[in-house]
Design a protein around this ligand. Sequence first.
Ligand code: PLP
Length: 363
Amino acid sequence: MSSIRLMKSYISFEEVEKEFREVFETGMFTRGTHIQHFREQLSQFADVKHVFPTTSATTALWTCLRALEIGPGDEVVVSDFSFPATANVVEDLGATPVFADVDLDTFNMLPSELEKKISPKTKAVIFVDALGNPTGLTKIKEICEKHGIPLVEDAACAIGSAEHGKRCGGIADMTCYSFHPRKLISTGEGGAITTNNDAWADWFEVKLFHGAKGMKGVALDFVDYGFNFRLPELQAIMGSKQLTKIDSIIDERNRIRNLYIELLEPLGFVAQKTGPGVRYNVQSMVFKVPTGCNRNSLIMRLKELGVETTIGTYSMSSGTYFAKKYDDTQPNSTWLENNTITLPCFEGVEVTLVVTAIEKALA
Ligand SMILES: Cc1ncc(COP(=O)(O)O)c(C=O)c1O
């Protein structure tokens, strides 16, 4: 068992106890005031008109692609350096994920790659804020607008991040957050869709409520068929509490990042870079390992020393399923999957202890 964990959530039982008790007493576990409050809070926070909390970022992404009527014969260009959920949702709808390679410094989709991968079949682009870094999102949006292609932002990791003064959630046509425990806001499992588009919002409102809109006599009127990916009340309480603290959480994570950079760059580690005008939430503290360093051995040695670490993230095109089916592995993201490491980053982490363990592991 590692003694220094990778992440600790920013929520305690004491913070939610009062509201949890009220929910248990009233029995209002779903569609109550807390989810409504969380929606309004997120809408204000990201400066975006519509918010739809969901069960995860995966269901959020899947729902966005359904709203865009993506299916067999369509292509969706996706940032290749990501957790496979980004491409899985495309695959699940019978469309083809087209993997766009990423920048070796920012880890985000290269504009030149996007231009190359757009075809007459392209129905959407999914840009991933890799590890929470929104660098290049605005540029990708311009390219999508030029081609008239909707941009879905996989901001699973990027709550609170911003580019050129606008927070993720209010930039792309549709944005998806995750509230998984590895993220800055944890609701156990959870996510949300945001959009400024009223027509899509109407579609989400109905489809995410089983296809119901208004009443027919004393019962619901099912004007369409639909589904249910709703976030429950208890999760909304957890999300709300953390959202009020998010700016200080991000400041703290940047302080930790700066200290890691100061101590590790002299050893040859290179941190993920951000571009100008970016506020980065540091969802994951990721470094490229020094030249000649065996990243897998480093992770294993650190585990023995009691420090939990992991890879940066995945090259989706190199995963067994997608590599076999599409044979289109991307060189930069493959390199990043094999040569990056995520270090512990949370309130109170003892950075110097982690760095000492790294020095020992490298010796
Ligand atoms: C970039 C990215 N997209 C999607 C997901 C899936 O998120 P969830 O677990 O909320 O479905 C993750 C999870 O790690 C992710 O990192």
